[in-house]
Write a protein of this length. Structure first.
Lengths: 258, 306
């Protein structure tokens, strides 16, 4: 058996285990985001949105649908990896992987793939929910898939880093509550940054989520607050930075090897 | 002879300044059944942690079947199966899934992994628990599940860190028998244990570690031969008022029907009995009171303190 074949088997095993976990605890992993997003569509879209009228040249509900879908993708990619990796660390069964011959890069890839799969699965479910409220258009399907995958990878990497640093369960809820949620709400999911005063608009450009929301909105509606090239470059930049940081932590054995 | 494990000058100083290992040298030959003994905090688990890559060394070299962990870590890890001291499997997974996944991490294709899981769950009497969630197993079953998991990729070197801690005597003995069998079949075994009876029964070679240094190393029977004195407890047919004076022997009375006698290796038990008979004392039964390895262990550990 070649090392490459063995590594592939190991990678598939991690991904399968991650997906089984997602499906086993579906009331915690799949159901809540669908309910939350349905509420967003009802409240912000159907009730409040009707009074807002148009935004960015689109019906308000149509305008926020891409933002809500990508928001579900990124929060769930993040949550999957942070909770699964920290759970493995807390229960010490991360040692099953650490003592195995799997290289660190594949351990990271396995967890990230699990996060991406959950993120995209929930993205698909939320898309189906959105179709009950508004007609969805896809201007560029390939770009849409690319943005979903890149965004999910970025946030899965973020969740992994959170899981590495976390020492207790509180530590994996602090970042989503105090960092991710504000950045998401201020990242152009519900509005175009053109509505903001100049200084607020400039500040918004420092928000990574703005680029992913707008890239996804561009792929669906063909409109964006930032140039699509800039949005994709920024997303890839975040991905490279977070991947390098995660690999550095793993190779250093931070929080894993004494 | 091929070395299953070769350690030279191994050192570990933790971030808080604690020196857990102060340059240990240790070779374990292929096929051996080796016992690593030492008091709590002596450095046993740190040494095992370094060999299995869970702890980073600060000095020295380690190679497993010739694979240096600095240069060929993955090849070295592929040779090792680890049974850690603490329960470390996912307590929400089914027993069979734990084994099949572990085999997968070692690159074993799924179909083979399932066959191996069945084989080792059966060998460790856990087959009827295969669909159970692991946290519902008893303590002894959890220990056996960890042994099965460590064997599922059929390692050449099995390392067990206190495998029978908290396990009842019946299960402990069946685990001993199992370990003896896989050792006979070719698996090299390194065991740490607090049960010195376990080490004396199982291990052909022993190393005693204390304060991060190997203080004794050799064949179990050679080490035991170093002991000069054994203590016997004698049960008497008729109670006596006080312990008799027996020339050359130290005799203590535990109760009217029981004596305790220290017998030097140069002396004979037959002579002791004839001396006692002259005092009108008849011995109906006797037992070797002190676990010999325990005595050796205590002596080595005490030597380290002085």
């Amino acid at each position: 058996m070649s090392r490459a074949a063995a590594n592939w088997t190991g990678l598939v095993t991690i991904v399968r285990r991650e997906m089984r976990r997602v499906l086993r605890i579906w009331p915690q992993t799949l159901l809540p985001p669908v309910i939350t997003m349905t509420l967003y569509f009802i409240i912000f879209g159907a009730l409040i949105g009707r009074r807002i009228g148009e935004m960015g040249g689109y019906d308000y509900m149509q305008y926020i649908a891409p933002g809500l879908i990508i928001m579900a993708v990124l929060t769930n990619s993040y949550a999957n990896v942070s909770s699964s990796f920290f759970g493995a660390k807390f229960g010490k069964f991360i040692e099953e992987l650490l003592v195995s011959p799997m290289p660190n890069s594949l351990i990271l890839l396995g967890y990230v793939a699990g996060g991406v799969l959950r993120g995209t699965l929930i993205g698909a479910l939320v898309t189906v929910v959105a179709m009950f409220f508004t007609p969805l258009t896809v201007a560029n399907p390939l770009l849409m898939i690319l943005v979903v995958v890149l965004t999910a990878v970025v946030f899965a990497l973020g969740g992994f880093i959170n899981g590495v640093y976390a020492n207790k369960f509180d530590d994996i809820s602090i970042v989503p509550t105090f960092v991710l949620a504000p950045l998401t709400y201020l990242g152009g999911v519900f509005y175009t940054v053109d509505l903001l005063p100049d200084i607020a608009r400039q500040l918004s450009l420092a928000n990574p989520i703005l680029y992913m929301v707008n890239a996804f909105r561009y792929a669906m509606l063909g409109v964006s607050d930032v140039h699509i090239g800039v949005a994709l470059s920024m997303t890839v930049g975040f991905l490279v930075f977070l991947f390098a940081l995660a690999m550095w932590l793993l190779n250093k054995g931070y929080g894993l090897r004494s | 002879m091929t070395q299953a494990l070769s350690i030279a000058g191994l050192a570990k100083t933790y971030g808080n300044g604690v020196e857990a290992l102060r340059g240990i040298d240790l070779d374990v030959a292929e096929g051996d059944f080796f016992g690593l003994l030492g008091p709590n905090g002596a450095g046993k688990t740190t040494a095992i942690g370094i060999v299995t890559s869970l702890v980073r060394k600060t000095g020295g070299t380690v190679s497993v079947f010739g694979h240096d962990i600095d240069r060929e870590l993955e090849a070295a890890k592929a040779c090792i199966g680890l049974v850690p001291q603490e329960i470390n499997f996912n307590q929400f997974e089914k027993c069979r899934d734990i084994l099949v996944n572990q085999a997968g991490f070692y690159g074993i294709p799924r179909a083979t992994a399932k066959e191996r899981a069945e084989k080792y769950l059966k060998q460790l009497q856990l087959w009827d628990k295969r669909e159970d969630i692991s946290r519902n197993l008893s303590g002894g079953m959890k220990r056996r599940l960890m042994i099965a998991r460590a064997l599922v990729h059929e390692p050449r070197l099995l390392i067990l860190d206190e495998p029978t801690a908290g396990v009842d005597i019946e299960i402990r003995r069946s685990m001993w028998e199992f370990l003896r069998r896989i050792n006979r079949e070719g698996t090299t075994i390194i065991l740490t244990t607090h049960y010195l009876e376990e080490a004396e029964t199982l291990c052909r070679e022993i190393g005693i570690i204390n304060h991060g240094r190997i203080v004794e190393r050799g064949r179990t029977r050679d080490l035991l031969a170093k002991l000069q004195t054994e203590t016997f407890e004698l049960n008497l047919r008729t109670p006596i008022a006080q312990a008799p004076e027996v020339t050359g022997y130290t005799v203590r009375q535990l109760d009217p029907s029981t004596l305790e006698v220290d017998v030097d290796k140069s002396q004979s038990v037959t002579h002791l009995f004839s001396e006692l008979a002259q005092h009108g004392i008849e011995v109906v039964s006797m037992r070797n009171k002190v676990n010999r390895l325990e005595e050796l262990f205590v002596r080595m550990v005490e030597k380290g303190r002085t």
